[in-house]
Write a protein that binds this ligand. Structure first.
Ligand SMILES: CC(C)(COP(=O)(O)OP(=O)(O)OC[C@H]1O[C@@H](n2cnc3c(N)ncnc32)[C@H](O)[C@@H]1OP(=O)(O)O)[C@@H](O)C(=O)NCCC(=O)NCCSC(=O)c1cc(O)c2ccccc2c1O
Length: 151
């Protein structure tokens, strides 16, 4: 397949992606900062799929944002140009203002290539500050987490 990105599962939310030439360093394997891009792009798509709202929509309609307050990355196996890999999203925690996504990068053999934990925090833009996750988003996240936990 020469595709770039496609959603292959809604629960758990999973994106299949190709490693592009431009994702790689001169050694031909994915360059470290690209992994954070992969994870954040996936978090953006997950948020839209689960809440029905795009990040830009929360700014325009609710005067809110969702900046990251914490990230961790672990690298287990290299990915090379041309490789297909999956980004699978589990919702590890739903807090007051923040929540934590556990994103696994799985190679074509289904092995863990990398893992990212991302913690976005809901904020009000004006005046700027942390905000409780809105009830409709919270309900959607809880339903997603419950379905994943049961699967
Ligand atoms: C976001 C802040 C304003 C929060 O400040 P405050 O002091 O009020 O924070 P609290 O201590 O009360 O914590 C709130 C909440 O976050 C959890 N938390 C805080 N730090 C961490 C951490 N290091 N790891 C994990 N979790 C953390 C804390 O436990 C609380 O959670 P509860 O669930 O218990 O309520 C302030 O921190 C701030 O302004 N930070 C800077 C944010 C930033 O610049 N991020 C980096 C790049 S910007 C970005 O990523 C981004 C920006 C946007 O505008 C977006 C808009 C829309 C979508 C995505 C965006 C985006 O990704």
């Amino acid at each position: 397949m020469h595709g770039t990105r496609e959603v292959i599962s809604r629960v758990p939310f999973t994106i299949r992606r190709t490693v592009h030439w431009g994702d790689c360093d001169p050694a031909g394997i994915v360059y470290t900062p690209r992994f954070l891009d992969f994870a954040v792009e996936t978090a953006e798509a997950w948020f839209h799929a689960v809440t029905g709202e795009h990040w830009d929509g929360i700014r325009r309609k609710r005067n809110m944002g969702s900046p990251m307050v914490g990230t961790t990355l672990e690298f287990k196996r290299p990915l090379a140009a041309g490789d297909l890999f999956d980004l699978r999203v589990l919702l590890a925690r739903i807090g007051g203002a923040s929540y934590t996504l556990d994103i696994s990068g799985l190679n074509a053999a289904g092995e863990l290539a990398f893992r990212a934990e991302l913690t976005p925090c809901m904020v009000h833009v004006e005046p700027f500050g942390a905000a409780r996750i809105p009830d409709d988003f919270r309900q959607a996240m809880e339903a997603y987490k419950k379905t994943c936990d049961e699967t």
